[in-house]
Design a protein around this ligand. Structure first.
Ligand code: PFF
Length: 477
């Protein structure tokens, strides 16, 4: 059945600069400040960072250009943009799966993203009132443990974060998104710089953090210890680098596509991409430079996993001069970063409901936000009541078998849906959409170096790179 493409024109961003800010706000989030440090810590540092940077440069940049281009050409939510492009290219309607899988991934990601952002919200008053002053490692673990063991507290903070996000999106482009982002993003950069300065001044471990981040040790990446204490070869770290690159740049699920749909025609996609990617990468590195010196100077566990910034950092903040202020600022920063990313996770669903189901914008926000809030409850329970509930345990050896609901949603989105979504976008733009249309949308002549580099990367490097890493790490080759 052929679906009609709605004849709706969305409002554009007021300027290319606002698009860059909004897309940077989407990219910079928990992925940079919460995930990047703990995953880098778990994978031994420098070698992982190098691989992450390679994924960003060789796969992230061309895929981001592609995703923005597809969005701008389509001008609609990812599902309807893909429908429109399928019509233009006279291609199989199966390609619209890109839009549907993106919609699903957005719901899945925001449902746990909001719970983690809720932890950060909960930490703001705790930090500000000096709960952590003079605390030791045990005390800090206990406080974090008590928070995540209490479903009611988690539900409260998860609900507040979802409401904050929904209120901004419901107010629309200019009054909601643009206004919030132009305050939050500069605030975020200032806070981060202040924190790096603090880590530099207040600890003597800055050099060690630099060498941890930039001295590659490939053994630390490729070998891990199994449950029996034996050292085993393990490619999971490589898939994690790829997944984190896509997650951190918000690629492969339509967030960037829908933001691209609102980009004025004369803006340069290449320039915008470069600015967004540089800002995102810089924030991840700076977050590492704010966090690792503190972790090292207190001899804390660098491989602590998702609790890294919630258990380890408060110990440091609780024992340092100015810790109450800087600790509070850190969690405010985390909330700002998560908030501007959450906008872009909600927008694709909302745009689709407005276009195809004729909802008013506020109603679309309440419905989609309500559903995501409900799914979020399963994530809340994954940290307490349902912590050891492994719904996929029948998968035996496979990594997903030992994961609870949160673990499954996180793994499936970052390591499967986003890379495969990005791969499908690349294949569509490279092999299906006529190159005359593509080069016109990029405002680039087909013979110029930028276009030819993009074209080479997207025809060959992205499919082979993403395909190989993916198949190898899930054990299919
Ligand atoms: N890029 C965000 C982060 O690093 O936290 C998360 C994210 C936002 C992922 C939007 C995917 C997405 F579509």
């Amino acid at each position: 059945m052929a679906h009609t493409v709605p004849d709706i024109k969305h409002k554009n961003w007021s300027s290319q600069w606002l698009f860059i800010m909004a897309a940077t706000g989407s990219a910079v989030g928990l992925g940079n400040i919460w995930k990047f440090p703990y995953i880098t810590g778990e994978n031994g540092g420098g070698a992982f960072v190098l691989l992450y940077l390679a994924c960003i440069l060789l796969l992230g940049v061309p895929v981001m250009m592609t995703e923005i281009m597809l969005g701008r050409k389509g001008g609609l939510s990812p599902i309807n943009s893909m429908r429109k492009l399928v019509g233009i290219a006279k291609a199989s309607p199966l390609w619209t799966t890109i839009g549907w899988s993106g919609l699903l991934a957005g719901v899945m990601i925001l449902s746990f993203y909001s719970v983690i952002a809720g932890w950060a919200l909960a930490y703001i008053p705790m930090m500000a009132t000096g709960t952590f002053t003079g605390i030791d490692a045990e005390g800090s673990s206990e406080l974090f443990g008590a928070l995540i063991a209490d479903p009611w507290r988690l539900i409260l903070w998860h609900s507040i974060f979802m409401l904050m996000t929904m209120l901004v999106i419901a107010r629309g482009m200019e009054k909601g998104l643009e206004r919030a982002i132009s305050i939050l993003l500069p605030g975020l950069f200032l806070l981060l710089l202040a924190l790096v300065g603090y880590a530099y001044v207040a600890t003597d471990q800055f050099g060690r953090a630099l060498s941890f981040l930039f001295n590659p040790d490939f053994d630390a990446l490729l070998y891990t210890q199994n449950a029996d204490g034996q050292t085993i070869f393990n490619l999971e770290g490589i898939l994690s680098a790829l997944g984190l690159a896509f997650f951190s740049l918000s690629l492969g699920m339509g967030s960037i596509m829908v933001y691209g749909a609102y980009l004025p025609k004369e803006s340069s996609i290449g320039e915008a991409t470069i600015s967004i990617v540089i800002a995102d990468t810089l924030v991840a590195i700076l977050a590492g430079l704010a966090i690792f010196p503190i972790v090292f100077s207190y001899g804390l566990d660098i491989g602590a996993g998702p609790g890294l910034v919630f258990v380890t950092l408060p110990i440091a903040f609780g024992n340092m001069g100015g810790g109450v202020i800087f600790g509070t600022l850190f969690f405010v920063l985390l909330v700002f970063a998560a908030w501007t990313s959450a906008f872009s996770l909600l927008e694709p669903v909302v745009a689709w409901l407005v276009e195809s189901k004729r909802f008013s914008r506020p109603n679309a926000v309440w419905l989609s936000g309500g559903i995501i809030w409900l799914v979020g409850l399963l994530n809340v329970l994954s940290f307490n009541v349902l912590e050891s509930f492994h719904p996929l345990s029948f998968l035996g050896e496979f990594k997903l078998a030992q994961q609870n609901i949160f673990g499954i949603l996180d793994y499936m989105t970052s390591n499967v849906m986003l890379p495969l979504g990005g791969l499908a976008m690349a294949l569509f733009a490279a092999w299906v959409l006529p190159s005359a249309i593509v080069s016109k949308e990029f405002n680039l002549p087909e013979g110029c170096v930028t276009y030819r580099t993009w074209s080479f990367l997207i025809h060959y490097v992205t499919p082979i790179g993403v395909g190989l890493i993916f198949l190898k790490s899930v054990g299919l080759i």
